[in-house]
Design a protein around this ligand. Structure first.
Ligand SMILES: *[C@@H]1O[C@H](CO)[C@@H](O)[C@H](O)[C@H]1NC(C)=O
Ligand SMILES: *[C@@H]1O[C@H](CO)[C@@H](O)[C@H](O)[C@H]1NC(C)=O
Ligand SMILES: *[C@@H]1O[C@H](CO)[C@@H](O)[C@H](O)[C@H]1NC(C)=O
Ligand SMILES: *[C@@H]1O[C@H](CO)[C@@H](O)[C@H](O)[C@H]1NC(C)=O
Ligand SMILES: *[C@@H]1O[C@H](CO)[C@@H](O)[C@H](O)[C@H]1NC(C)=O
Ligand SMILES: *[C@@H]1O[C@H](CO)[C@@H](O)[C@H](O)[C@H]1NC(C)=O
Ligand SMILES: *[C@@H]1O[C@H](CO)[C@@H](O)[C@H](O)[C@H]1NC(C)=O
Length: 716
């Protein structure tokens, strides 16, 4: 028997740093300063250079999370968007305080204090990352209690309130407004159709003028109807209302008592979600679509896909394989994909227009629109983080990069109202009106999407980055007690954990080695430090008896007044020679880990799927002598025809094997193979979405099998 040795992957990592600005204790009376401004904090990123070209530097230095990422385009737009956000903060009157505007200059159709509820959800999402709580505290209450009109346009303000609480942890603020939230929700009762179980509104006041339902319902030329559109059951509005109902349910849960509100809004949300699946999911178009209400008693779906069909995913609706078919069209040039996309309507649609008339700002039958792009990015992130997601990190990043490329003008970051899908120019950008349009998120997507800080209501800091494969740096900073957890694709045996621990104590920072640590696995405590002297800016290895685990969780107990920074986490196991290799341990390109109950090879059913013609599944190992034997690939093929896969050995294509259909069960494909002494690289090239890999085995007659060479380990 012979054996290859496994080579693991480093945990990929990245940095987000939330600075606290140290100032003198004496503050002049004046505008409110950020809470906690007197607390000393971290200072390991440059807080000067990234913002030097942007207006409002003092605000930025005091309020924003600083980032350091390898993509200059995304980074520059990130700082620009914080600078543009501060232009939209308006102090109104005492007692009301701050609001966020959509337009820097007053807009004729805005309501009180120049508020417009249409994008308030986006604005709250973005502003929740500012150090200062009072901006959002004020702005939210302008809608929950103040004069902001919350039935002018559809919105997801209640949802944004509850998710904002997950960032700042202020549950008292949210529960204090529970009754107001219920009242705001009920204001929409008048457009709830109990027979359809859905809300309806005109596309215009769902923030989408000149959109598909208007074109479908109106004879061409009837401009007014196309502008407003007919009353329509929309995936956008109805998803907002599911999310708003769930927000009331969640905030009501913060009170620790189950009330009528809790149960009523849980069932409202569930019923509305079910009605979305029943009526707004069109199995023919494989998309969430509009259903015009007027003269349509049979509730026939509109023909044509609009970007509003992607909105449900970000609100947790449709996160199942069945609905993921919709997402394909984002990567189809005849669908929504465009150099400055996504388009608001599929380009293959008869009403799609790349060039918009000059008479009006907002044509949502094709123009690229930051409001929609922000929803689409959040939906892509939600799909990416779901089981059996068809989305790869590079595809998410592709859209974030497209968004950064869109938000430009004359070589500088810029955002206006609508952008041409194919040309590098804003299509709605009127002077003294559209500048720095505050109607979308960008930075919330960098923080929660790309950098993967996923806010939660509990005490867990969830980090789930969606970064390109070639990004590999990491720093993370929090409070007295941090837990860093890494979950493996399948259960692994492990014997040690190595932590590269950052410290800037020596140059006056607040990041230091921890006081003590604990390491946990599936079976409980693996390691606890006792008077350990941790090495700063160095690697620290902690060993323990071999244990099988699905995750490694490191609990850091911080030194008084300081934070912990971890640059790298490595997990190691003793080397065991083995003639088999799990596919999920291979290096995956255009392929991903999936969980298939039909596979019994691991306890959690982890296999490799998501294959296409461009997939590469690469195994590698080291042989003490050359070997001749059999290579077996254990796979399943749920399709109806055989799929070709090329087996390559050490850069040379060996043969193309045809993987016959197996009705989804697993079977072995056997072929002879001859491996030279030293390192060997076996790569499986190609595949289809129907194929899943479990394992490869290499059967020979190597007597060394099972021996463990002293002093060698393998990174898990
Ligand atoms: C901040 O750091 C300075 C210098 O190390 C120290 O004198 C001061 O007490 C610290 N302030 C707080 C609030 O911890
Ligand atoms: C909100 O806006 C709608 C539509 O313009 C209007 O009918 C309604 O009266 C407004 N409500 C308030 C409270 O201003
Ligand atoms: C709910 O319970 C948690 C945990 O016991 C507690 O920390 C919190 O203060 C309670 N909230 C309220 C509003 O009573
Ligand atoms: C911009 O708009 C504001 C508000 O409508 C107006 O007062 C101002 O004169 C305008 N400025 C320019 C340069 O047009
Ligand atoms: C750290 O967090 C864990 C998990 O929440 C908790 O069990 C533990 O008591 C905390 N320790 C400290 C020192 O706060
Ligand atoms: C861990 O190693 C033992 C042998 O030491 C083996 O029986 C077991 O299958 C391994 N478990 C995993 C999850 O690799
Ligand atoms: C390889 O497979 C062939 C056919 O299944 C079998 O005859 C042969 O013994 C196998 N060789 C080894 C080394 O297992």
């Amino acid at each position: 028997m012979f054996s290859l040795l496994q080579v693991g992957l480093l945990v990929e990592v990245l940095a987000v740093i939330f600075p606290l600005v140290a100032t003198q204790a004496q503050l002049p009376p004046g505008p409110p300063l950020p809470e906690n401004i007197l607390k000393n904090g971290t200072n390991f990123l440059d807080h000067v250079k990234p913002i030097q070209n942007f207006a409002g530097k003092t605000f930025l230095a005091q309020n924003i999370p600083f980032i350091d990422i390898p993509d200059k385009g995304i980074s520059n737009v990130y700082y620009y968007r914080w600078s543009s956000l501060q232009r939209h903060l308006r102090y109104t009157v005492p007692g009301t305080g701050y609001i966020l505007t959509e337009f820097v200059q007053p807009a004729s159709y805005a309501s009180a204090f120049n508020t417009i509820d249409a994008a308030a959800g986006h604005q709250i999402d973005e502003a929740r990352w500012l150090r200062s709580n009072f901006y959002n505290d004020d702005y939210i209450q302008a809608y929950t209690r103040g004069p902001g009109n919350t039935t002018q346009y559809t919105h997801w303000i209640l949802d944004a309130i509850s998710r904002r609480t997950e960032v700042n942890g202020d549950k008292t603020y949210a529960t204090g407004q529970l009754a107001d939230m219920v009242r705001m929700f009920q204001r929409w009762d008048y457009v709830f159709d109990s027979s359809a179980g859905l809300y309806y509104f005109t596309p215009n006041f769902d923030a989408q003028e000149y959109s598909l339902p208007g074109y479908v319902a109106a004879p061409v030329g009837k401009k007014q109807l196309q502008l407003n559109g007919p009353n329509t059951y929309r995936p956008s509005h109805n998803s907002y209302m599911v999310a708003n109902a769930r927000a009331i349910f969640k905030v009501s849960g913060f009170t620790n008592s189950t009330t009528d509100i809790t149960t009523t809004f849980a069932s409202k949300a569930a019923n509305l979600e079910a009605a979305i699946y029943k009526t707004l999911w069109d199995p023919v178009q494989k998309f969430f679509v509009d259903v015009i209400r007027t003269n349509n008693p049979r509730l026939s779906p509109v023909k044509g896909r609009e970007a509003v069909g992607f909105y449900p995913f970000r609100f947790g609706i449709g996160l199942e394989s069945k609905y993921f078919k919709a997402v394909k069209s984002l990567f189809d040039p005849n669908g929504f994909m465009a150099p400055y996309g996504p388009t608001t309507l599929e380009t293959r649609n008869q009403f799609f227009a790349a060039n918009k008339p000059a008479d009006y700002c907002c044509y949502w039958n094709g123009q690229s629109w930051p409001f929609t792009t922000a929803h689409v990015l959040k939906s892509l992130a939600a799909v990416y983080r779901s089981r059996n997601s068809p989305i790869k990190s590079d595809q998410y990043v592709q859209y974030l990069r497209t968004y950064a490329a869109t938000q430009q003008k004359n070589g500088e970051p810029y955002v206006a109202e609508s952008h041409h899908p194919y040309k590098n120019s804003w299509s709605a950008d009127s002077r003294n009106h559209s500048e720095h349009y505050g109607h979308s998120t960008n930075n919330d997507d960098v923080i929660t999407g790309l950098l993967g800080i996923v806010p939660r209501a509990d005490e867990v800091l969830e980090i789930s980055p969606i970064v390109p494969r070639n990004w590999r740096y990491f720093a993370i900073e929090n409070n007295a007690n941090d837990t860093l957890q890494v979950t493996f694709a399948r259960p692994r045996n492990i014997t040690s954990v190595t932590l590269a621990i950052f410290s800037d104590k020596g140059r006056g920072g607040a990041i230091d080695v921890p006081d003590s640590i604990e390491i946990y696995g599936s079976e409980g405590l693996l390691f606890k430090s006792h008077g350990t002297q941790f090495l700063a800016n160095d690697r620290n290895t902690f060993s323990f008896p071999q244990a099988a685990t699905l995750f490694v969780s490191v609990n850091f107990f911080n030194k008084q007044g300081s934070f912990v920074g971890v640059c790298e986490l490595e997990v190691w196991n003793q080397l065991t020679l083995q003639p088999y290799f799990f596919a999920v341990d291979a290096v995956l390109t255009e392929a991903r880990v999936k969980f298939d109950p039909a596979s019994k090879i691991t306890t959690n059913g982890a296999v490799v799927g998501g294959l296409s013609a461009r997939s590469r599944v690469a195994f590698s190992g080291d042989l003490p002598s050359s070997q001749v034997g059999n290579f077996t690939l254990f796979y399943s093929n749920s399709g109806s025809s055989a799929a070709p896969v090329t087996v390559s050995l050490n850069q040379v294509p060996l043969t193309t094997i045809n993987l016959a259909p197996t009705s989804g069960s697993y079977t072995g494909y056997v072929m002879p193979i001859s491996l030279p002494i030293g390192k060997n690289f076996i790569t499986l090239l190609g595949g289809t979405a129907d194929i899943k890999y479990e394992l490869i085995t290499l059967e020979g007659d190597d007597p060394n099998r099972g021996q463990v060479p002293a002093g060698l380990g393998t990174k898990v």
